[in-house]
Ligand binder design. Structure first.
Ligand code: FCB
Length: 466
């Protein structure tokens, strides 16, 4: 039988989005009363960010947001995930609310709504006010109430127009890279006991954030979070392999900060996972009465950022047979992440089955070597292939009954990619960082077609990556 060329479309009501974050696109770091964040400080430390890059101008979206939102509208996206900068809203991190900072996000929200694009607002995408880091940052238990005050300020101002909220973006990465490896702001290398305490506070801040949104929202809120998803994919449809892959997906693994369950089990099931408690022993955080209840607030969806995935190691591999992705020459993106489209099948499926919440893919994309070709266009065929394959797998998950309701491409614009600076380009739109000119890439037009046809233009059956 010849496989059909085109897929059945995604279900009606599917959310077609694009994503960004404040520090990565806004620039204008001293405008309208904004104070410094840990990323402003970190980027000033010699040698930590490639090329000595910083966020002072970034994409200048603080001044060019209308143009950017026009481009999102022309793309046909029905949702835009962006984050609010804490030091714009509460300069110095605690105390008086800065009206001018909030007014900026109000303008962004209004511009989106005028164009029928639903704002999906992330409260924390890593730009912690510097003054709070000086008081210990995520290590200080008081951060729960600092975050609550900040969340309240945002919700009070925007929730008559915003319904969709994320508390934290990728706690695994801001802790893992920022507090364990020291490769992201604030550049700390904490002992295990200490970063586990910081994680404990982050999970409490998440819970408190959910409470604040529910208490103060003027429109009925839809609340989730956006952790990173670490996914192990089976190598075949053999049920035993699938179970092993599920077990690995939800294992604490080597005990490092990047895993699913140390974060999601408390938030959704109300307790830390057994294997983690066993492994961490005395390093596990001392829990005060009420901490676990605070973390476990009802949320409405599971947002997850998935870029890649591991391939199952079978027990009989005994550590000798390399998983597929370590094979010589296996396709990788510019970030060196293996191209693993089936992670968008297994990740949402496993997460939905374990946690019972509707899933949104809140980030997915790739860094590639883009430039403006001699004909004035950016021909990013790798991104087109990547998006097609990953969305094909997500569509397969939906067809198999996984309750997956949306996809946000990371990112709308090339932007400041943290420790990698501006060299890693993730955008559907190319940014010339000298002139700040925007050039929609070929992938922008391809994603527009996917949105227009609700995925029906995607190839029907997955082709193995090689
Ligand atoms: C994620 C971050 C996002 C972006 C992508 C490439 O870890 O949430 O800000 O940097 O990776």
């Amino acid at each position: 039988m010849i496989a059909p060329l085109h897929s059945t479309p995604f279900d009606d009501g599917f959310i077609w989005g694009v994503a960004s974050s404040s520090f990565q696109i806004e620039g204008a770091v001293s405008a309208d009363g904004r104070t410094r964040s840990i990323w402003d400080d970190f980027t000033r430390t010699p040698g930590v960010v490639k090329g000595g890059d910083h966020g002072d101008v970034a994409c200048d979206s603080y001044n060019r947001y209308e143009d950017d939102i026009d481009l999102i509208a022309q793309l046909g996206a029905n949702a835009y995930r962006f984050s609010v900068s804490w030091p714009r809203v509460i300069p110095g991190g605690v105390g008086a609310v800065n009206d001018a900072g909030l007014a900026y996000y109000e303008r962004v929200v209004d511009s989106l709504l005028e164009r029928n694009i639903e704002p999906w607002v992330t409260l924390y995408h890593w730009d912690l006010p510097s003054e709070l880091e000086a008081k210990g940052g995520w290590m200080n238990r008081e951060i729960v109430s600092w975050f609550a005050d900040y969340a309240r300020a945002v919700v009070e101002r925007l929730s008559d127009r915003v319904s969709h909220w994320f508390t934290l973006n990728e706690p695994q990465i801001f802790l893992g890279h920022g507090y364990v490896l020291g490769e992201h702001a604030p550049g700390k290398k904490l002992a295990r006991k200490d970063w586990l305490l910081a994680a404990h506070h982050a999970l409490m801040a998440h819970g408190r954030g959910v409470q604040i949104i529910r208490e103060h929202a003027k429109k009925p809120p839809v609340i989730g979070w956006a952790p990173v998803g670490s996914v192990t994919c089976p190598r075949s449809d053999d049920p035993d392999e699938i179970e092993l892959a599920r077990t690995q997906t939800f294992a604490i693994g080597d005990g490092g900060p990047v895993n699913n369950t140390w974060y999601a089990d408390p938030v959704i099931l109300g307790h830390y996972p057994e294997d983690g408690l066993r492994l961490y022993g005395d390093d596990a955080p001392t829990t005060h009465v009420g901490d676990m209840e605070l973390m476990r607030q009802p949320i409405d969806f599971y947002g997850v950022n998935i870029y890649s995935g591991d391939l199952l190691r079978r027990p009989e591999d005994n550590g000798h047979a390399p998983p597929r992705w370590t094979e010589r020459g296996y396709p990788r993106t510019m970030f060196d992440w293996p191209v693993r489209p089936e992670a968008l099948y297994w990740g949402p499926k496993f997460l939905q089955e374990r946690y019972g919440l509707p899933v949104y893919v809140t980030e997915n994309g790739l860094a590639s070597m883009d430039w403006v070709h001699a004909d004035g266009q950016v021909h990013d065929s790798a991104r087109i292939d990547f998006i097609s394959r990953y969305l094909g797998e997500l569509r397969r998950a939906q067809a198999d009954g996984v309750d997956v309701r949306g996809y946000f491409h990371w990112s709308i614009l090339d932007n400041f990619e943290w420790a990698e600076g501006y060299r890693m380009r993730f955008g559907l739109i190319y940014v010339d960082f000298e002139t700040l000119e925007r050039v929609p890439k070929d992938s922008y037009r391809w994603y527009r077609k996917i949105i227009e046809t609700s995925g029906a233009c995607l190839p029907a059956s997955p082709v193995p990556v090689r």
